[in-house]
Design a protein around this ligand. Structure first.
Ligand code: SME
Length: 164
């Protein structure tokens, strides 16, 4: 069956916006096991609904290295070792990285010179790192605790749908 998706987030409240995004992402990926399709649709959803982004997408854990996945924005670095840059730090530590000023982050990998702040959250399934979700913004300190919580919840919904 063909479907047309038209997601509009109509609230000024960030936590509520993230609930709506999580619900839309859940609906988009429900019953679909294909990881590429699910990452592609969620990257598009985030790109369309979140203000002030210049990049939104995924890196996958491929044999202990982060490899570029579906995204929206400018072409980006393809492979990132664990421990390198913001994404590699999130992968190595298992902790979200919310960076107000990427130029002040040791080892930040500048894929797009427009990026000023960045949020990366690990996506974990049954203790295993599946990949990371990466959001970049041209606005310094674009991301806050509500964004971290929203991305973590998104990761929990997506993780079992990104396995193959
Ligand atoms: N800046 C990231 C690299 C990925 S791009 O932003 C898409 C980092 O330091 O990990």
């Amino acid at each position: 069956m063909a479907a047309m998706y038209d997601f509009r987030i109509e609230t000024a409240d960030k936590a509520e916006a993230w609930r709506q995004i999580a619900s839309a992402a859940d609906a988009l990926t429900d019953g679909e096991p294909d990881a590429v399709a699910n990452m592609a649709n969620v990257a598009a959803l985030l790109w369309e609904t979140l203000p002030d982004l210049n990049w939104a997408g995924f890196y996958r854990n491929v044999g202990g290295e982060l490899v570029l996945g579906p995204f929206q924005g400018r072409a980006a670095c393809i492979r990132i070792p664990f421990g390198k840059g913001v994404c590699g730090t999130a992968a190595a530590t298992g902790e979200p990285q919310c960076v107000d000023d990427v130029d002040a982050f040791p080892g930040h990998i500048a894929c797009d010179s427009a990026s000023a702040s960045e949020l990366v959250v690990p996506i974990v399934h049954e203790g295993r790192l599946i990949g990371v979700l990466d959001l970049d913004s041209p606005r310094p300190a674009r991301f806050d605790a509500a964004d971290v919580a929203g991305c973590l919840e998104l990761g929990r919904i997506l993780a079992p749908r990104l396995l193959r």
